[in-house]
Design a protein around this ligand. Structure first.
Ligand code: SF4
Ligand code: SF4
Length: 130
């Protein structure tokens, strides 16, 4: 009886042992292998990541400039992260959220805006500059 009263009093003055998920989430442990992301703008579509992937989760299409991952095949071994020469694949700590249907994630590189050609100053402009 006294033990129980002690427990009740203790629980009244201490923090709860559990979190109020999903309002309160626990930060990931460092080096957690959650999921794979890519910075598609840096990719050169060499295909090394897809050749190294042990579960055939990656598809690289050089002509289409696309990179595709099947998160349901990926075993998060990080082989693609290590082999990428441009270091554009990242292992992220957050886990993927659950999905109602199995689907791939496709990234397509958009054409970069052409930079303005450097124009030589005209004769008149050269005079003004001088
Ligand atoms: S290894 Fe890196 S640069 Fe090469 S295709 Fe894969 S993501 Fe792109
Ligand atoms: S982490 Fe491993 S399994 Fe997942 S895509 Fe990269 S190489 Fe393939």
């Amino acid at each position: 009886m006294f033990d129980m009263i002690g427990n009740v009093m203790n629980n009244l003055v201490t923090k709860p042992a559990t979190r109020k998920y999903p309002m309160e989430t626990r930060p990931s442990f460092s080096k957690t292998r959650g999921h794979i992301e890519i910075d598609i703008d840096k990719c050169i579509f060499c295909g090394m990541c897809s050749r190294k992937c042990p579960s055939n989760a990656l598809t690289v299409n050089r002509n289409e400039k696309s990179w595709e991952i099947d998160p349901f095949k990926c075993i998060i071994c990080n082989a693609c992260v290590e082999v990428c020469p441009k270091k554009c694949i990242m292992g992220c700590e957050m886990y993927n959220t659950s999905a109602p249907v199995k689907g791939k994630r496709k990234f397509v590189q958009q054409p970069q805006p052409a930079s303005e050609p450097v124009r030589e100053p005209e004769k008149e402009e050269k005079k003004i500059i001088a």
